[in-house]
Design a protein around this ligand. Sequence first.
Ligand SMILES: NC(=O)c1ccc[n+]([C@@H]2O[C@H](COP(=O)([O-])OP(=O)(O)OC[C@H]3O[C@@H](n4cnc5c(N)ncnc54)[C@H](OP(=O)(O)O)[C@@H]3O)[C@@H](O)[C@H]2O)c1
Length: 315
Amino acid sequence: MKTHHTPLKIVFATNDSGFADRLISRMESWYDDVTCYRLDDPEAVNADVAACWYPPQDLLQTCPNLKLLQAVSAGVDHIPASLMQAGLPVCRVVDEGQKQGMLEYVLWGVLHYQRDFDKALAQQADKVWKLHPQRRAGKMRIGVMGMGQLGCFIAEGLAKFGYPVAGWSRSEKRVDQVSCLWGEEDLPEFLSRCDLLVNLLPLTPATDGILNQSLFQQLPQGAVVMNCGRGEHLNEADVITALESGHLRGAVLDVFPQEPLDTNNPLWSTAGVVVTPHMASAASGKAILGQLVDNGRHILEGKPLLHPVDTAKGY
Ligand SMILES: NC(=O)c1ccc[n+]([C@@H]2O[C@H](COP(=O)([O-])OP(=O)(O)OC[C@H]3O[C@@H](n4cnc5c(N)ncnc54)[C@H](OP(=O)(O)O)[C@@H]3O)[C@@H](O)[C@H]2O)c1
């Protein structure tokens, strides 16, 4: 994938040096006219674009030439507020393959409970042979919180399998075969019809801690929660209480405020919790680096940017 365009200088602004090394090594093999810097390189002062994954607060002091902050992820909550508000455009990654991967992850969770695999696994541990009445897809109501790039794709995909799907977002949406609800006013109605709730909201001050006791109480008895958004969306003590009381049947948790999840965290051993290591779905290197380079060139050439973020809204 060798290209010949305006020379581009990118600094990899991340707290994960291994991640930066992997991206830089691929970038150098795919693009011969892009110069890559690590944050501690004195030449990084010349960078046009920052590839961001938990960038430092003082990034603009280190790299005063920056014209664009490009998150190497779908979410931008890892970019400090001061950087988000610095007046530079901020973009993020949207990847079709990541959407498909997220649908696969969510579908696994839906099937796990719809077809009682959770009960079969628990029975196997006790060598119990017991059949449960088969529930049809049409009887498993799914709710998707956050009807953005990922949420809409998942909602449409699940509806095609025959699940009754509702979506909830901030503004009005129209999606084929999906009941769309929006705004605070519609939240109780949305929650009341979720046998399984999937969280795909971005993390913002308005959504921080949204998966809490008050929300769980509005779900039907025996509902399941899948958190694919961010760890900070979930109140961990509240989910444990809701599971222990039997109000929730299960919780599939992919994201945590601190990753890796601490070995002492009670979620590891709470009955009904499935912990996965932030694996729901990743964007491909090709999408991450392709959009980084395209946006880098677009900003230098004055062209419209791919997947810009509304820095006032924070997503
Ligand atoms: N676990 C993983 O592996 C993984 C992978 C990728 C992404 N993620 C997470 O998934 C999140 C969503 O990604 P995306 O690309 O789908 O985001 P997106 O396209 O920005 O969509 C966000 C959606 O959330 C809605 N929303 C935001 N704030 C809201 C509020 N206060 N009340 C109601 N709805 C609200 C938005 O509503 P409007 O449309 O009305 O604005 C929009 O529909 C990311 O931010 C990231 O945290 C996780």
